[in-house]
Design a protein around this ligand. Structure first.
Ligand code: SF4
Length: 297
């Protein structure tokens, strides 16, 4: 800003941070932010998606997740969430690319940090800032029912992705302890109401774990649960986590699970996992590299 006097620039520099995240360790805490490029296909345009974090660590403690096993430190501020987007945008500008989508699928349960997450989405969306539509934002949640209901009342047309992962409460509670408080029927009911109210699609995320939740019978039960308008199921063969006894099923078994859902009329995809080669798939970065990645300043 060379149009300002040097003294004013110095004052600004002392009083404000240009960015609240840096690629280097500052306060000893780390988060993960991942940018994924998707080439155009016959059915969709090329996309560049950023996967952002909402918390340092996560308090939910899902049994299959590296982030969950490392515990919870603190919520991110609204600025720290906003800045993950800005920092990625600056880096992409060098390659003449821009972000097309945001997913809250990095570290943390976004609805557990509700005010900062909704504040960041509104800030990205403001016409005098980035004008980035909430329709291009997806909040991935384990299913905190009161916050899904609050979100629906906000007139904020974001997409919801519900981390379901099991077709019955007994199994889901063993994987995701908070299911005892918010059981599957209540979560699907709230998600369905959000879809009806906003016209936005609900994705049900289902991590496929060999011998745990990947049988044809479990696929049939899942189909019975999630059949509603604007519903979609994303099957995600598990990312291997070092030291975990859990493993992904074979490709054949994953496809058999998908076939059962499709036969029941449910739109279903098997997600191509991004970042396995660099250990940057969901829940993996921090377990491997606690001292790098983006760091709240
Ligand atoms: S899967 Fe999501 S909600 Fe569960 S522990 Fe990991 S980050 Fe938290």
């Amino acid at each position: 800003m060379r149009t300002l006097p040097q003294s004013a620039r110095r004052q600004l520099d002392e009083a404000y941070a240009f960015s609240t995240v840096t690629p280097h360790l500052a306060d000893g805490r780390t988060i993960e932010t991942v940018v994924m490029h998707y080439d155009a296909t016959s059915r969709s345009r090329a996309r560049t998606t950023i996967c952002v974090s909402s918390q340092v660590g996560c308090p939910i403690g899902c049994s299959f997740c590296a982030t969950g096993r490392s515990g919870f430190d603190r919520n991110l501020s609204e600025a720290e969430i906003v800045d993950q987007f800005l920092m990625a945008s600056r880096k992409l500008a060098d390659a003449q690319r821009s972000l097309t989508n945001v997913v809250f699928m990095g570290m943390g349960e976004p609805l557990n940090n509700y005010a900062a997450v909704v504040g960041a989405i509104r800030r990205w969306a403001a016409p005098d800032t980035l004008n980035f539509s909430p329709r291009r934002v997806t909040i991935s949640t384990i299913g905190l029912v009161p916050f899904i209901e609050r979100l629906s009342a906000e007139s904020l047309p974001v997409n919801l992705a519900i981390s379901l992962h099991a077709p019955d409460d007994e199994l889901r509670s063993s994987m995701i302890p908070v299911n005892r408080k918010y059981p599957i029927a209540a979560i699907v009911g709230a998600a369905r109401a959000h879809a009806e109210r906003t016209g936005r699609r609900t994705s049900y995320e289902y991590v496929l774990l060999q011998g745990v939740n990947d049988s044809p019978e479990q696929a049939r039960r899942l189909a019975g649960l999630v059949k509603h308008r604007l519903s979609h199921v994303n099957l995600i063969p598990m990312n291997p986590v070092e030291g975990s006894p859990l493993a992904p099923p074979s490709k054949h078994r994953s496809q058999a699970f998908q076939s059962v859902l499709q036969a029941a009329g449910i739109s279903t995809t098997i997600r191509a996992t991004r970042g396995l080669d660099i250990d940057a798939a969901c829940g993996q970065l921090r377990a491997r590299q606690p001292q790098t990645v983006l760091t709240p300043a």
